[in-house]
Design a protein around this ligand. Sequence first.
Ligand code: NAD
Ligand code: DAU
Length: 356
Amino acid sequence: MIFITGGSGFIGSNFVLDWLAAENEPIIILDKLTYAGSVNPLDTATHSHYHFEKGDINDQALVKRLFEQYKPRAILNFAAESHVDRSIHNPNHFIHTNINGTFCLLETARQYWLTLNTAEKTEFRFLQISTDEVYGSLKPHDAPFNESTAYAPNNPYSASKAAADHLVRSYHHTYGLPTFITNCSNNYGPYQFPEKLIPLTILNALENKPLPIYGDGLQIRDWLYVSDHCAAIKTVLANGKIGETYNIGAHNEKTNIDIVKTICEILDNIHPSPLQTSYTSLITHINDRPGHDRRYAIDAKKIEQELQWKPQVNFATGIQKTIQWYLNNLPWIEDIKSRDVYKQWLTTHYVQMEKS
Ligand code: NAD
Ligand code: DAU
């Protein structure tokens, strides 16, 4: 049994679906089903060997009960508040979930781990899913982030993830809890919540709405297809060295403006606008994100060389698959678009970005 938190979010649900398709080992999922959580992905899971529990990772009694009831051999913490822009508007939830929540999981996991026999104790793993954002921002000619790069988070989201990573590290060094941390670059693929650049661009284009680019659009992100991230996490869980950190990325740096133009070109081909104009005419530069990190890039040599993981999906294929997935999954999209909480976010955030 493995214990997954945040299994109804973008990466967590992809991980759960990939796991259920390939493994016989059961899963217990704990997810609060915040605005970003969605049970739909798991509805498509036909397997009976997964259990779902709605709840907060800060609920220590619940987490304790789940450990005692299901006796997992590992916990993978995907649960987080994940959107940088929301952390700038209101950091509160980010402190609650990303810092306090991780602390609650660590402490409850440690107490459970102490009750295990020697063999179970040796086998147990705590895997923290983290981000490249903890390393801060690179200059154009800087080398990509490696596992020795100093942490320098620049926004409340990345600061909260950095704090959580430090707690995980401390639980290994102080108590011997067998932990891993994975720091991954930007993911894209099915089920990504349409507040993030790629799905937001696809959905706005389909509605002939402006495609918002913050500032000059020359900021760089390093993109990885979500199934490659999930495979990397499985590799670390199976073969990682206890106490270590692994960077995950696909050597795929792109400017934001290039990403948006690529989406427009693909849509022009496979789903032309009824207005008979290119979707690129919708691109609209708006005010920049405060404290916007200019460039992220991951050096993934450690996981590639020590654990033999390699990304399988190149960007040209991954972005085509992603756009096609959104075109084929309109009910999932319509459900999100109909939610007041999503409509409110789009109006308040983008109106402020245009004004500020
Ligand atoms: P997401 O926002 O799509 O999903 C987060 C999930 O966590 C949701 O299902 C939500 O309901 C759940 N959740 C939030 N608060 C909770 C709480 N207090 N208790 C229980 N569940 C809670 O996020 P994502 O993009 O899937 O990211 C998953 C993890 O991967 C995060 O830790 C994130 O920091 C990390 N990460 C994401 C990316 C990326 O590009 N999306 C890249 C690197 C690392
Ligand atoms: O690098 C990993 C991180 O990637 C994860 O830790 C985060 O959870 C995840 O949300 C993502 O963070 P970003 O801030 O990079 O992702 P986002 O999709 O919000 O933005 C990607 C880039 O596009 C960023 O430079 C901001 C820009 N952007 C974003 C939006 C939503 C725009 O120009 N316009 C937009 O409307």
